[in-house]
Design a protein around this ligand. Structure first.
Ligand code: PBG
Ligand code: ZN
Length: 323
């Protein structure tokens, strides 16, 4: 009988030793909590496709943001569903729309909580595309000034960080320039730099009422087969002034998170998207997996891949479990 001289199991013998040699750590400080705001007051409705997440009126969003803040989560990411939709998505830059109102209310109540806003047009256009149309084509350059207007209106409401998710070429530069011109040079840009055309966004589109009314997003979001292109997108966004670069979705793209992390000195965010959340929730509801262990394993996997920041619908639960 041969006996091994080198035994990796020696470093797994007890919780104490395992703690000593653990390579990666997950903390509430790594997380960003997404919030969906809708018109009205005193509204808190559970979102069917995102169990445990809610549609909040701006006043009620404050309490949800406070819950995150009290759990040690440093930031919320605000999405809005508007009162009205049109061809251009003009409610996106309306100072009285739910996002702007929620940002004002949250910042007034908790000045230290970082408020990030998603900038896109798809929730606001009557066709559900992320930019303006010419015929059935999503027009890149005509969309840029509109995105810039949305970003400035969010900054005016008090947003600390702007997160453009539209995937138009040149939008980081357009937004950076407009923010600077309007006196918001201190407002940072977390760009959805690497955003794939993904089936994992399904539950979000139900929650945000943002599904395209015809066609799909393949002419602006990335082909899931491409990896080199991710670095090209990251380089462009950095050159245009991005402060943080995001990879989205996370789970099927952890190789991309690692590649991006190795390529840039900027903080890297990973978006644990709605379909990834829904898969765990659905399997856990069937009793097929242990929700807590699966969520924490998934999130530490994203950290291990190189994510500095994780946007996740599990944020409140995870922060509670980590306490
Ligand atoms: C809007 C937007 C989407 C998501 C974030 N911002 C959907 C899309 O691009 O269709 C997806 C988030 C998720 O699935 O959790 N552009
Ligand atoms: Zn969009």
């Amino acid at each position: 009988m041969t006996t091994p001289t080198i035994r990796p199991r020696r470093l797994r013998v007890s919780a104490g030793v395992r703690n000593m040699v653990r390579e990666n750590h997950l903390s509430p400080a790594d997380l960003v909590y997404p919030l969906f705001v809708i018109p009205g007051t005193k509204v808190k409705h559970e979102i069917p496709s995102l169990p445990g997440n809610y549609h909040f009126s701006p006043d009620m969003a404050v309490a949800a943001a406070r819950e995150a803040y009290d759990l040690g989560i440093p930031a919320v990411l605000v999405f809005g569903l508007p009162e009205y939709k049109d061809e251009e998505g003009s409610s996106a830059w309306d100072a009285n729309s739910p996002v702007q109102a929620a940002v004002r209310a949250i910042k007034a109540a908790m000045p230290d909580l970082v408020v990030i806003t998603d900038v896109c047009l798809c929730q606001y256009t009557n066709h559900g595309h992320c930019g303006v149309l010419k015929g059935e084509t999503v027009e890149n350059d005509a969309t840029l000034p509109l995105l810039a207007k949305v970003a400035v209106s969010h900054a005016a409401a008090g947003a600390d960080m702007i997160a453009p998710s539209d995937m138009m070429d040149g939008r980081v530069k357009a937004i950076r320039t407009a923010l600077d011109q309007h006196g918001y040079s201190h407002v940072s840009v977390m760009s959805y730099a690497v955003k794939y055309a993904s089936a994992y966004y399904g539950p979000f589109r139900d929650a945000a009422d943002s599904a395209p009314q015809f066609g799909d997003r393949h002419s602006y979001q990335m082909d899931p087969a491409n990896a080199r292109e991710a670095l090209r997108e990251v380089e462009l966004d950095i050159a245009e002034g991005a402060d943080i670069v995001m990879v989205k979705p996370a789970l099927a793209y952890l190789d991309i998170v690692r590649t991006v992390k190795d390529h840039t000195q900027l903080p890297v965010a990973a978006y644990n998207v709605s379909g990834e959340f829904a898969m765990i929730k659905a399997a856990a509801a069937q009793g097929w997996i242990d929700e807590k262990r699966t969520v924490l394993e998934t999130l530490i996997g994203m950290k291990r891949a190189g994510a500095d920041i994780i946007i996740t619908y599990h944020a409140l639960d995870a922060a509670r479990w980590l306490k």
